[in-house]
Design a protein around this ligand. Sequence first.
Ligand SMILES: O=C[C@H](O)COP(=O)(O)O
Length: 313
Amino acid sequence: MSTNPGTELRIDGFADIRINTPAVERRAATLPARRSLKKDHQAAWLLNAIRCIDLTTLAGDDTEDRVARLCAKARQPVAPDLLQAMGVEGLTTGAVCVYPTMVGAAKRALGNSGIPVASVATGFPAGLMPLDLRLAEIRYALDQGADEIDIVITRAYVLRGEWSALYDELRAMREACGPARMKAILATGDLKSLENVAKASHVAMQAGSDWIKTSTGKEGVNATLPVSLVMCRAIRDYRDQTGHTVGFKPAGGLRTAKDAISWQVMMHEELGRDWLSPDLFRIGASSLLGDIERQISHHVTGRYAAAHRQAIA
Ligand SMILES: O=C[C@H](O)COP(=O)(O)O
């Protein structure tokens, strides 16, 4: 169920936003270097990252077989002997994320595991399609069984400051999603400035998005820590203004266990513990799990496992 009812469009809620880019960059640069994380804590943070991954395949050559393999990995993201050694049971990823035509295969492969299927929709990744077709795509994905919908916005509305056009588009998408939760992909690499990122974040939240998400993975620049910091602070401001909570999903280019930790440290420090659970935090990634599993294996056995033990993702 959606957790953010949204508001009417309130341009005064974000019109005056100014971003001090050097200050944001300095703050972001401190995040990957936290030395306070002890070894045992690191393993716990890595396990938590797995709970929050939207395990993704969004490639032109996706097949139902590939999606089935991805889903098997979502159900059992780490080798059972490693989990046993750590006393962990029932670990799965937060969701799997696929194209609409792959939703049926994902649902079948996930069975009664309880793992949600997220579908991209609305002309992913560019969104340059008529709105009625984009809304029809949401309905198609839901019909196939999608539990969550990752939509893309019309970047031109942000670049031209057409906030009510952006709000109306997002509201229509929100409505088409019905009870399914909606993630709004801002494609921040296309938005030209951190101010635009902050403003688009506010409009997306006012229109009722359950998560705001950085990127499709297909822009020239995808998730970065400075952009993520600006979005997290927009989430905080929106909560102060309205009392509603919105989740955050960095996506695109997150590949290492170190990335997974940096982003979690940011969530913890900027938004608090609640944003370390899959309800409010997802990491969109197609090839992050392999490095996390490698580091967990190193934690348990004291050495790095051969690459073939982490066959996918
Ligand atoms: O939403 C998820 C992104 O498409 C994943 O991007 P990635 O392939 O760089 O991990």
